[in-house]
Design a protein around this ligand. Structure first.
Ligand code: ZN
Length: 129
């Protein structure tokens, strides 16, 4: 017997668009979302467009989304292979050279700008590694 994944209405925490796991699109900015509240699929969401399309369309939308994800996976595998071909090939400037280039840019374009010392200490990087 196939498992049942039950969606229920939940109030939004943030008034913004939310991803739809069924079609891969997103909701509009709505007050009520339709999500799975418990179990293995907790947090799975269906958007109002999928609901509007109706129950008979939901499987086709899931299939289309799955196909899209598989296409993306093929692309990501290809990108991963390409990244590996680059190992040992990159010729990059130093971080210090980047800082110097930034400073020169600021001096040339914003001559009155005085950098805050505290800002440098708080600098965060978004690099994942
Ligand atoms: Zn959807």
């Amino acid at each position: 017997m196939k498992k049942k994944v039950k969606f229920e209405f939940v109030e939004v925490q943030y008034f913004t668009r939310h991803g739809c796991h069924v079609c891969g699109g997103c909701t509009d900015k709505v007050n009520i979302l339709c999500e799975v509240k418990t179990g293995q699929d907790k947090g799975m969401r269906i958007c109002e467009q999928c609901l509007q399309a109706g129950k008979e369309q939901v499987d086709a939308r899931l299939q289309a989304h799955a196909k899209e994800l598989e296409k993306g996976a093929v692309h990501m595998r290809s990108m991963a292979r390409y990244m590996r071909t680059l190992v040992g090939c990159l010729e990059i400037p130093t971080y210090e050279a980047l800082e110097k280039a930034n400073e020169e840019y600021v001096k040339a374009n914003y001559p009155d700008y005085v950098p805050a010392v505290a800002r440098k200490a708080r600098r965060r990087t978004y690099c994942r590694y």
